[in-house]
Each structure stands twice: as structure tokens, then as C-alpha cells.
Design a protein around this ligand. Structure first.
Ligand code: NAD
Ligand code: G3P
Length: 333
């Protein structure tokens, strides 16, 4: 399969960083952004001043507002916020060539339907060949060319090998799996857990609590992954544990910084006020809770975050209820 041109849908921080990666890998890239200001800024100044300021972008990236400009691309990376993936793909549909690989890069679960991103793709572009890219990757670091490694999930081994080889410029290492559900489960839950980690930091509960929360959060992630039909080994990799550790470790994370603000005593409204960037954990928490309850899963940290964000509990009530749960064997559940 020819892979000379790539389309990136979504001119936020991550779409822009991935356009940079793909351009560095030697492909001609069309970045589709909704905002005229983003397209103008990239075209005129080679920078996405709105969502990824201060980073010079590769000349091989051309920015466009129209989906029609992606019509001839050999592969497509879909990078809108998770709650907008359906609408975005529906808008792209008239310009889509059947069989084109669509690499899903959004992290979340659709509210209302409780669908994974691959389900949304299957419903909107059933003729697409799906792939998932997920792992520890702050957009600013990746766009600057700092090194990381992420998971690429593709069902077909030959296509997976071809994509992995073509989309791994120096410093951006792809590790292959055929477990798309596992790759999605990690990314969907880690943002909710990162809000909890931020709260631990903001409340100054200490490094021990922080490590305990990551570990128990990872147990919840593994349960969700397996219940959805993914493999536990997948979330033990970059798309699960790797991303959880990153997102729970730095206030560079929008999700962790939301938790930090809540832990320091701000309300949800105060913590989100004036923010143009997306905190996917805030968006996905109700869907994660509904899905977990539907599947009968024990996910007390995720449920506590969902209750807090919905205004059903205070920070202290959530912490109190987590610390007063019945004692149990570590591997139960
Ligand atoms: N930023 C990162 O470091 C990073 C890394 C890995 C994955 N991701 C994931 O990538 C996805 C996109 O995040 P981002 O950081 O690029 O976003 P961002 O916060 O930088 O920008 C917000 C984006 O939302 C878009 N948007 C707003 N309203 C919309 C609508 N109605 N329809 C479609 N799009 C709309 C904007 O155009 C913009 O592209 C998220 O799922 C995120 O979890 C982000
Ligand atoms: O800033 P966050 O919290 O959306 O995290 C960004 C990436 O998902 C980290 O891998």
C-alpha cells in the first residue's frame, strides 16, 4: 500500500504534534482544523498559536479548514476530542475513500452511547480500516522532537508492520499490537484517574498515596479492559500503564492539573473557567461510570471522580469513602 500522504483531522495540540511526527517521517501532511485562525497561523507563521504555541512546524504540513482537502490522503489520523469524533467523522464521510486506514488518536468514551472510539468509527465509516494510537505523549514534547514510545494497535499484521515502519521517525517509537480494545481502554480511563492523582497532589496527601492511587487505578483499568474484551497485557504497556504514569506525574497534563485545582479547593467551574483545551477525563467520567456499572465492575476511584465532577460528593467525601472501603485481598475484583 502506498503511504505518501497523510491527513490529520483536528488542529488541536495533539493533531498538530502528530502532523509534525508524520511530516518528520517523510509524508506530505494535510492538517484539517475547524478554526480559520489555526489555519492562518500555521500557513502564515508555521505555528499553531492557539493550541500549540511557540513550536515551529515542519514545512511539509499544510493546514486547511475543508475536509475535502483530505480526499486523496493515503491514511488519516483522527484527532478530535472524543465527544466530537462522531460528528467529525460524519463530516469527513463524503470525502472518505473506502479501505483507507483511519488511526484513532482521541482518548475517551462517548457519553450517552458508552461507545469506544472504534465503535464510533465502525458506525460512521464502516469501510475504514481501523487503528488506534495511544501512549505517553505530551503534545508539546512530541512536537519538539523529544523522544517517546507509544502503542499502535492494528488488527491486520501486514498493515500494522507497514504503518509502524512508515510512521516512526527518530524519537517516536511505535510498538505494535492487534488488541485495539485494550489500547483504547487504557487511554479512556487514564484521564479520569489522572484527575484523582491531581487531587491527591492538591490536597498534599503525599507520595505514598500518589503511588497507591496509580496502582489501584491500574487495577481498575485492567478490569475495564478485560471486561470490554481487551487483554490485560495490553494495558500493562505504553497505552495503559505508560500513559497512566505520565498523566499522573506532571501538571503539564490538563487532567492532572484539573485535579490539582480541585484538590486545592477550587470548584469544577473555577478549575475549567477560560480553558480552551480539552480535559478528556472531565468529559469521559460520566461515561466511564455508566459503562463500569453496566459491566458490573468495581472501579471506586473512577466512580469517585465521576461523583465529584457531577457535584454529588465533595473532595473530602470521595477521599473518605475510598479510605473506608472494606479491606480485601489485593488481587480481588
Ligand atoms: N494534547 C496532548 O498532549 C494529547 C496527547 C495524546 C492524546 N491526546 C488526545 O487528543 C484528543 C484531542 O486533544 P487535543 O489536545 O489535540 O485538543 P486541544 O485541547 O489542544 O484542542 C481542542 C480541540 O477541540 C476541537 N473542538 C472544539 N469543539 C469541537 C467540535 N464541536 N467538534 C470538533 N472539534 C472540536 C478544537 O478544534 C481543537 O482541535 C483528545 O482526545 C486528547 O485526549 C492529546
Ligand atoms: O494533557 P492530558 O491530560 O490530556 O494528557 C495528554 C496525553 O494524553 C498524555 O499522554
Amino acid at each position: 500500500m502506498q503511504m505518501k500522504t497523510a491527513g490529520v483531522i483536528g488542529g488541536g495540540a495533539w493533531g498538530t504534534a502528530l502532523a509534525q511526527v508524520v511530516a518528520r517521517a517523510g509524508l506530505a501532511v494535510t492538517l484539517q482544523a475547524r478554526e480559520t485562525e489555526v489555519v492562518d497561523s500555521i500557513t502564515r507563521d508555521r505555528v499553531n498559536a492557539a493550541f500549540l504555541p511557540g513550536i515551529e512546524l515542519d514545512p511539509a504540513i499544510r493546514a486547511k479548514t475543508e475536509m475535502a482537502d483530505l480526499a486523496d490522503c493515503d491514511l488519516v489520523l483522527a484527532v478530535p476530542p472524543a465527544q466530537h469524533l462522531r460528528g467529525t467523522l460524519e463530516a469527513f464521510r463524503p470525502h472518505f475513500r473506502p479501505g483507507t486506514p483511519v488511526i484513532l488518536c482521541s482518548k475517551g468514551i462517548e457519553r450517552g452511547t458508552l461507545k469506544l472510539m472504534t465503535d464510533v468509527l465502525a458506525e460512521t465509516l464502516p469501510e475504514a480500516t481501523p487503528a488506534v494510537l495511544s501512549g505517553p505523549s505530551f503534545a508539546g514534547e512530541v512536537a519538539r522532537g523529544l523522544p517517546t514510545a507509544v502503542t499502535l494497535a492494528v488488527a491486520d499484521a501486514d498493515l500494522g508492520e507497514a504503518l509502524m515502519a512508515r510512521l516512526s521517525p527518530p524519537g517516536f517509537r511505535l510498538y505494535l499490537t492487534d488488541d485495539l480494545i485494550g489500547a483504547e481502554a487504557g487511554g479512556a480511563l487514564k484521564n479520569v484517574l489522572a484527575i484523582a492523582c491531581g487531587i491527591v497532589e492538591g490536597r498534599q496527601l503525599g507520595r505514598s498515596a500518589h503511588a497507591a492511587l496509580i496502582t489501584r487505578g491500574f487495577a481498575e483499568m485492567t478490569r475495564l479492559c478485560v471486561a470490554l474484551g481487551g487483554r490485560a497485557e495490553t494495558v500493562a504497556g505504553l497505552c495503559g500503564l505508560g500513559d497512566l504514569v505520565l498523566t499522573c506525574s506532571s501538571p503539564q497534563s490538563r487532567n492532572m492539573s484539573l485535579g490539582l485545582a480541585l484538590g486545592e479547593g477550587q470548584t469544577v467551574e473555577q478549575a475549567l473557567a477560560g480553558k480552551r483545551s480539552v480535559a478528556e477525563g472531565y468529559q469521559s467520567a460520566p461515561a466511564v461510570r455508566d459503562l463500569g456499572l453496566k459491566l458490573g465492575l468495581d472501579m471506586p476511584i473512577a466512580y469517585g471522580v465521576a461523583a465529584l465532577l457531577a457535584g454529588e460528593a465533595t473532595v473530602d467525601q470521595v477521599i473518605g469513602s475510598l479510605l473506608s472501603r472494606p479491606l480485601r485481598a489485593e488481587t480481588d475484583g
